[in-house]
Design a protein around this ligand. Structure first.
Ligand code: HEM
Length: 219
């Protein structure tokens, strides 16, 4: 089995587990987001809880949809055999990204840890749609490889929440730092990693592609 095929299967596994975890955690086990909100102290703005929760439900739903739609579109089987599904699903992905960004725009000013983190979230709110729109622009110009590369850069941001919580957990539980500072490290480290990691994948694919025909997507 090709290495890219193995990587795609790992990506499918990780994404499905994370989607199920997010849905079950936020809609079933902790729909009031009690655990997460318990870390919000000294907010400069008063948080309207019912509104914040409704926005969070929309945020999570579209975040999971973006993750699933992106995953499906990286499949070379879908790309080669079901071009129409790839196209429609691509627009589902774009709309989902815009909805996540829109809801994030509402939640960012109330970020755990304050303004420093809301700045980072707003930076992502600019970069993520930009990468996504660039992917669309490239495919309109029939530049398949550039389209794929921008989609890899865009899709990386679907892992924002997972990465923030993993890094926060590492600093908070592993190194014993306060939750708020661990969260700030989580937010900024994720921002940097999500910008670096996709380009490492793109460089790897470029090296691999020298020996292959074009049309190879990811799997
Ligand atoms: C695509 C995968 C994503 C999922 C599954 C997701 C899920 C969530 C969830 C469940 C929360 C509530 C708090 C928590 O338990 O973490 C949240 C908060 C938030 N998310 Fe997302 N999110 C995703 C991506 C993003 C992206 C790309 C942004 C863009 C900046 C973003 C911005 C925010 C903001 C600003 C908050 C509020 C943070 C706070 O109050 O400290 N999310 N997200």
């Amino acid at each position: 089995m090709r290495k890219t095929n193995v990587a795609y299967r790992i990506l499918v596994g990780v994404s499905i587990i994370f989607i199920l975890y997010s849905l079950v955690r936020h809609y079933v086990f902790d729909p009031e987001a009690t655990a997460f909100l318990s870390h919000k102290t000294g907010l400069k703005r008063e948080l309207n809880l019912p509104v914040w929760l409704k926005i969070m439900y929309i945020h999570v739903a579209f975040a999971c949809l973006a993750m699933a739609a992106g995953l499906i579109n990286f499949s070379s089987f879908i790309l080669e055999k079901h071009r129409k599904i790839h196209r429609i699903n691509g627009y589902v992905y774009v709309v989902s990204v815009m909805m996540v960004v829109l809801t994030s725009g509402y939640m960012a000013p109330y970020s755990t840890g304050g303004k420093i983190n809301s700045i980072a979230f707003n930076i992502i709110n600019i970069i993520w749609p930009l990468m996504t729109v660039m992917a669309i622009v490239q495919i309109k110009k029939k530049r398949i490889v550039k389209h794929r590369n921008y989609m890899i850069r865009s899709y990386a941001f679907c892992f924002t929440n997972m990465l923030i919580h993993l890094i926060t957990f590492m600093f908070n539980e592993g190194f014993g730092l306060a939750y708020a500072s661990s969260y700030t490290y989580g937010v900024y480290s994720s921002l940097v990693l999500l910008l670096i990691f996709p380009d490492m994948i793109i460089r790897y694919l470029k090296k691999n592609e020298k020996n292959k025909t074009i049309g190879t997507y990811f799997s």
